[in-house]
Design a protein around this ligand. Structure first.
Ligand code: ADP
Length: 446
């Protein structure tokens, strides 16, 4: 049962609490159900009346029998009747008491079972009694609210000092949830089930991960919109300018067309990268059935050729490979390697050099792209694989970057059992390496 279920099952309703935790609910109020005790009293009353009537009847008979029967016989009959009635009364009384004890034990056992179940819930549960006294708390709530084990029996507010939560609890408007940010940065959702004015059950749910994903989704939509808006603005601006016939001289018109084409290309490469990323995300994480033996040296030669075309003679691109094959998905490994080479070309000033290597690394193997480019400050390195994260936005866009290349590389490596290593010195250059474990390496005679 989740916090949602609890909250939906009748916030502020005794019904819900009785339905979910019937004996626990009774345990909290520490009183037997009124109908039960009334029934018991009526049974006792009936029993006493019947015994008294039987005793009076026996007494009447004894008086009526005087003079007709010998005194001794009457005395003995009277004594036997009294003893029988006494024994009968005691037996009835005892059976009532025993039944009571059995019921109390059953309630205790069930109560304990419910508490054990509550203790295992992934949600935190705190049961408060009169005066905000903590009656019971599970381990998850101790962790969520940083409560000490000694909080039981003390006021909830001795341990939880959040002013907003305090006000919300006191106002008792429990139709919604309270969003609580705890000191360690986690975000909790707090729901309350309050069966009456004196008791309540607080349920805490850790929503940190869900909120992080929500934030990421929002950022992603904002980033994509922003990336698409710029080229679209340029294209629509030019089209507007040209809408009046003869308003733009033919030589300027040609230049406009060139710029519009460039912007359209930029949008296309963004959409291509987005589609690739989304298809990588939707595919299986461990696609072993699609894996094949890849002749990496040949693949690297193809990638280097494309890199040289991209560089158009501005860089020296050198390849050094060992005769080792890789088990993976060839198209994806090619795409990852091409992303690294294209980055090296784009972030290395003219005259710099790029070295692409493929070699054994320990028991595994490594494909590395080393450049003598602008380098990256250490603080940016952990964030490079985030979508749209760029160290220098202007330079990235200016060279046709989408900000998605390394995010794509990360996904490809996840699917192909590799990891990305980055080493960089600002102003000197960077090395981006795809490192694969032994299980992915295929060497003749291995
Ligand atoms: P982009 O399309 O912007 O290049 P990437 O995801 O490929 O996006 O790279 C993210 C950022 O990492 C880049 O914007 C750039 O700042 C930095 N970067 C990537 N490769 C290099 C490199 N070889 N040298 C310097 N900076 C790099």
């Amino acid at each position: 049962m989740t916090a949602e279920d609890l909250a939906q099952s009748g916030v502020d309703g005794a019904e819900a609490r009785r339905e979910i935790f019937p004996t626990l609910a009774d345990g909290i109020s520490a009183a037997p159900a009124p109908s039960d005790s009334e029934e018991r009293l009526a049974a006792l009353r009936r029993m006493s009346v019947m015994l008294a009537a039987a005793y009076l009847a026996a007494f009447g008979l004894a008086v009526a029998a005087r003079g007709r029967f010998p005194e001794d016989a009457i005395f003995w009959c009277w004594s036997v009747a009294t003893a029988v009635l006494f024994i009968l009364g005691m037996t009835l009384w005892q059976s009532l008491m025993r039944e009571d004890r059995i019921k109390a034990r059953r309630i205790r056992d069930r109560d304990q079972r419910y508490r054990q179940t509550l203790a295992l819930l992934p949600e935190g549960v705190v049961i408060l009694g009169e005066g905000w006294r903590v009656e019971w708390v599970n381990a998850r709530a101790l962790e969520h609210l940083s409560l000490g084990p000694g909080c039981a029996g003390r006021s909830f507010f001795d341990s939880v000092h959040d002013e907003g939560l305090r006000r919300w609890l006191i106002e008792r408007n429990f139709s919604g949830r309270f969003a609580l940010e705890v000191p360690d940065g986690r975000r909790l959702e707090v729901a309350v089930v309050a069966p009456d004015a004196r008791h309540m059950m607080i349920v805490t749910h850790d929503s940190t991960e869900r909120m992080r994903l929500d934030d990421m989704r929002r950022d992603f939509v904002a980033n994509v919109s922003h990336e698409l808006r710029t080229p679209l603005t340029v294209i629509s601006g030019f089209l507007e300018l040209e809408s009046a016939p003869g308003s733009v001289p033919p030589e300027t018109l040609a230049r406009h067309r060139e710029l519009m084409y460039e912007q359209a290309r930029r949008m296309k490469s963004l959409l291509d990268d987005l589609l690739l990323l989304s298809s990588l995300e939707n595919r299986d994480e461990h696609p072993d059935e699609d894996a094949e033996v890849i002749a990496v040296p040949r693949l690297i030669e193809d990638v280097a050729r494309e890199g040289r075309a991209l560089s158009a003679g501005r860089h020296e691109i050198v390849v050094r490979t060992e005769d080792v094959s890789l088990i993976g998905i060839a198209d994806e490994i090619r795409s990852a390697a091409m992303n690294l080479v294209s980055n090296a070309v784009r972030y290395t000033p003219e005259g710099g050099s790029i070295l692409i290597t493929w070699h054994r690394f320990g028991m595994g193997a490594e494909l590395a792209v080393k450049d003598t480019g602008i380098g990256i400050e250490a603080r940016h390195i952990p964030r490079l694989t985030e979508r749209f994260y760029r160290v220098d936005k202007g330079r990235s866009r200016g060279t046709g970057g989408t900000g998605l290349g390394l995010a794509i590389v990360k996904h490809i490596l996840r699917r192909n059992g590799g990891e990305l290593r980055v080493e960089s010195v600002p102003g000197k250059g960077s090395t981006f390496a795809l490192r694969f474990s032994e299980s992915r390496v295929f060497a003749e005679g291995k």
